[in-house]
Design a protein around this ligand. Structure first.
Ligand code: KG4
Length: 343
């Protein structure tokens, strides 16, 4: 039997997402509405637009996820009485975006008496790896790379996370987004830059590998971003056409070299035999391939989440919520969003 059903709600950035999973962690329904098109012309997510789009979308997403889960079980729709628990992302993220999901979850729980549990968005990205490797067990090292975060984490046990180091300025996804913006390629930058990079030469232009040899797990991306933008301006001023694939490949290689070298150091130092990746940038094909190649040689198993659960989604939040539910970790109706929540 499917056992307990958990509904999750995610609204930390520009996706309004919900999912229903069963007690085996199987996805019964997964719905993502994104306001990405409304941010594209600004070259990044505009917080107030994101908040208002969540308000517009959230009831429709709820109706859709309940209907989709209903069809999964051969009926028209689920009702709240079919659920065992509601999990919601409480942070980190944009505060005005988070509060929409948190308020909706609290209203649902107040009206139905369902228990509420709070989920950390970063833990969700981490647990998305379980959709690829269900037997993944700590200890392992994880890289969390998204538009807002870049960190290496030693997962000593579930819930026992040691952040080994993080970016001191921009996140990796943010660097992709800012380079794309400088080239007039819209938002988000990651998918378009990585598509261009696949056709370019990564040694065409030399860009700095900041903190590559800093002997710690901190990252710095803002210098690289500035170097790329300076290069673009220089070529424009000189009237030379820019070879976009070469530029994209050279930028991407600079990012990946540092990510991979620090990840290897972290795996060596902790002595683990599993490595995984989470967050929107985990969708980058070249990054996935480099990790597989470099760790494969060392006998370290690499897990990356299936493409559909790399970006923000409800399914990964539901996995975390199911764990909280089993552990009896509930929140009361005074729950507030925590935009700076730590992993
Ligand atoms: O996890 P996510 O959906 O949202 C948060 O930031 O929480 O990640 C979005 C980020 C964006 O910065 C986007 O440019 C980046 O992930 N991204 C990529 C790729 N696909 C998405 N970065 C590099 N290569 C990609 N293929």
């Amino acid at each position: 039997s499917a056992g307990d059903l958990v509904l999750s709600i995610e609204s930390s950035c520009d996706e309004t997402a919900m999912a229903v999973i069963d007690s085996h962690g199987e996805i019964c329904a997964n719905v993502v509405a994104t306001s990405i098109d409304f941010h594209a012309r600004f070259g990044g997510v505009v917080p107030e637009i994101a908040s208002r789009k969540h308000v517009e979308a959230i009831v429709g997403v709820f109706e859709e996820v309940m209907a989709q889960a209903g069809r999964h079980f051969g009926c028209d729709t689920l009702t709240p009485a079919d659920l065992s628990c509601v999990g919601v992302t409480a942070g980190p993220g944009l505060v005005g975006a988070l509060v929409v999901g948190v308020a909706f979850a609290k209203g649902l729980c107040a009206a139905t008496g369902l228990p509420l549990t709070a989920v950390n968005h970063l833990e969700g990205h981490l647990l998305a790896n379980l959709f690829e490797t269900p037997d993944l067990k700590p200890p392992f090292v994880a890289s969390l790379v998204s538009g807002g975060n870049t960190m290496l984490v030693h997962v000593r046990d579930w819930g026992d996370y040691q952040v080994l180091g993080a970016t001191i300025d921009d996140a990796v996804g943010e660097a992709f987004d800012k380079v794309a913006k400088a080239l007039g390629l819209g938002y988000p930058g990651g998918p378009v830059i990585s598509k261009l990079a696949a056709k370019g030469k990564k040694k065409a232009i030399h860009f700095p590998r900041a903190m590559m040899h800093s002997h710690d797990y901190r990252f710095s991306l803002s210098g690289l971003k500035t170097a790329v933008i300076t290069y673009i301006e220089g070529e424009n001023k000189a009237g030379r056409p820019i070879n976009l694939p070469d530029l994209a490949a050279s930028f991407e290689a600079a990012v990946i070299d540092v990510q991979v070298s620090k990840a290897i150091a972290a795996v060596d130092e902790t002595g683990v035999s599993d490595f995984c990746v989470g967050g929107g940038v985990a969708a980058n094909p070249q990054l996935r391939a480099e990790y597989r190649k470099k760790f494969g040689r060392r006998g370290v198993r690499v897990t990356v989440p299936p493409m559909v659960v790399c970006g923000d989604n409800g399914a990964m939040i539901a996995v975390a919520a199911l764990r909280n539910y089993r552990a009896g970790k509930f929140a009361d109706l005074s729950l507030d969003a925590n935009p700076n929540a730590k992993l």
